[in-house]
Design a protein around this ligand. Sequence first.
Ligand SMILES: Cc1ncc(COP(=O)(O)O)c(C=O)c1O
Length: 389
Amino acid sequence: MERRIVYMDYNATTPLHPLVRDAMAADLGVFANASSMHEAGRAAKARVDAARAEVAKLAGVPNPDELVFTSGGSESNNTVFATMFHLGRKGGRRKIVTTAIEHPCVINAASWLRDEGFPVVFLPVDASGRVDMEAAEREIDGDTLLVSVMSANNEIGTVEDIPALCRMAKAKGALFHTDATQSAGKVPVEAAAWGVDYLTLSAHKIYGPKGVGALYVRKGAPIEPLIRGGHQEHGHRAGTYNNIGILGFGLAARLALEDLEGRAARIRVMRNRLRDGIVERVPDVRVNGHATEVLPNTLNVSFPGAEGEAILLYLDLEGVQVSTGSACASGSLEPSHVLLATGVGPELAHGSIRFSLGSLTTNEDIDYVLEVLPPIIKRLRRMSTVSVA
Ligand SMILES: Cc1ncc(COP(=O)(O)O)c(C=O)c1O
C-alpha cells in the first residue's frame, strides 16, 4: 500500500473546518474593537454576540448571556478553580471533589488549591474509567464547595454520568462543574438540562480555531475573573475581544451541531472497524475505556511488550499520527495518569496508543493503519526486553 498521511489525533486538536477558515479569512481585515461605541465597534460586537448564541446552542444553554468567552479550555477550567479559591478564603465550604482522570489543567488547578490548604479529593474510577459512584456519594458532603467531573475523557473517551453526579452535588448544596471540552461536537452536551453551574468548551476540538473557548456560568453562580481589566464579558473576563477567533468558534459550533448524530455514527463505524481489526490482527492487546459509554471517535489500546513512544515513532514514519498513553513532562516520560487510575500497570500504560478519529477520517485510512500497525508491533515485541505479566 502506498504511504499516506493519516491523522488520527483529533482529540489533541482538529483541523479548521474549511467554512470556518473561509469565514475567518474573510474577516481578517475587520479590525474594530468590539467594545468601541462607534458603528464599526457595534457591528463587531453584534458578530461576537451572534457567535455567542451559536456556542450557547452547542452547550445546551437557552440564554447566551450565561457564556463567557475565554482563551480555551485551560482558561475556562482555571477560572472555575480560581473562583473557588476566592470563595473558600471567605470561610464556609472549602472541599473540592474532582477525579483522578481529569485533564492536567484541572488536576493541576485542584492541586494548587490543595497546596493552598483546601481539602481536595480525587475520586477513583473503575477499570473502564467511570467514576466510582459509591466513592462520590461518600465524598460529596455538606462541606463540599465544588464537584468537578469531565463529561468525557480525552485519553480513553469514557463518558461520565454527569446528570447523576450533578444531582449528587446539588443534593449536598455543592457547585458543579464539568469540562465538556472533548464531548462537545461528538455527543450531545446539555448544560441547562444537566443542571450544572459551570461548563467548559474549547473551539479547537470542534474544527474551530485555537486560542478561544468558553465557560458557561449559570445565572447566579459565583464567578471571579481570572483576568482583570476592562468590562468585557460583564466583567468576568477582561481583554479586547478576539473577534475573529470568536467568529470562527461560533461557526464551528453551528457546524458541529449540524448532523451531530450522523457524523458520530459514521465515525463510530470506522472506529469499531479499527478496534476489531487491531484485536483480530495483533495478538494480546487490551482495549482501554468503556465498551459503550465512550466517545464515538476514540480508541485507546495497550500493546503489552511494545513501547508506546516507539510505536508512535514507527507509525509516524509510515505517516500515521497518533498519541501515546504517556505525557512528556519535564523531559521524563510519565505513564498516563488516566490509564494508571483505571488499573493499567505502568508498563502497560507505557505501551498504549490513542487513536482519535474525526470528520476527515476515511475507510482507506482505517485499512492503511490495519496494514502498517501489526508488523510494527511484531517487530517491537521481538526487540523488546520488557517482560509484561
Ligand atoms: C478534556 C480537556 N480539557 C481541557 C483541555 C484544554 O483545552 P485548551 O487546549 O483549549 O486549553 C483539553 C485539551 O487537550 C482537554 O482534552
